[in-house]
Design a binder for this molecule. Sequence first.
Ligand code: IMP
Ligand code: MG
Length: 172
Amino acid sequence: MKQKELIVSRPEISRRVKELAGDIARDYAGGSLVTIGVLKGAFVFLADLIRELDLPVEVDFVRAASYGRGTVSSNDLRLIMDIELDIIGRDILIVEDIVDTGLTVSYLKELFKGRRARSVRICALIDKKERRQIKIELDYVGFEVGQGFLIGYGLDCAEQHRHYPEVYCLKD
Ligand code: IMP
Ligand code: MG
């Protein structure tokens, strides 16, 4: 396999996830939240995040495909698995592993707003700004990363490497 470089360590992730959960719980205090994880990549982050969240929370998942087996983004986004919960009047938090072009989260945000959610916010573990194609406000961000293809902590390359507890950059 290719060489990999450590980008975010396990203790850094734990600390930041706790901070994000604290911010989120404060912002929604007295209310409740529907977290919607974007499969597959966000499942590890979502699992850690909700266990730090001191708030009534429901969990659902959506699956959107914007990447094939390689590492190049494509514009043809498809919804291949929908949520099950009724989100009318609910506060929604989209939970993503990484925002790259921004196409996925902006598509999902519009989708859930169109279903008459009360509010829709975005929480991303990693904000990778370099290739952003759409201006989109991310409400909660774990780490900002300039460039590179990242793996681990849910993030894959051709379905490999999701299980690493840390985030690495693939070196070519
Ligand atoms: P976007 O629609 O271009 O923002 O892409 C978002 C999706 O692309 C993420 O949910 C990831 O699944 C995938 N992705 C983008 N960058 C990376 C990366 O560096 N490593 C692994 N997956 C990535
Ligand atoms: Mg993803």
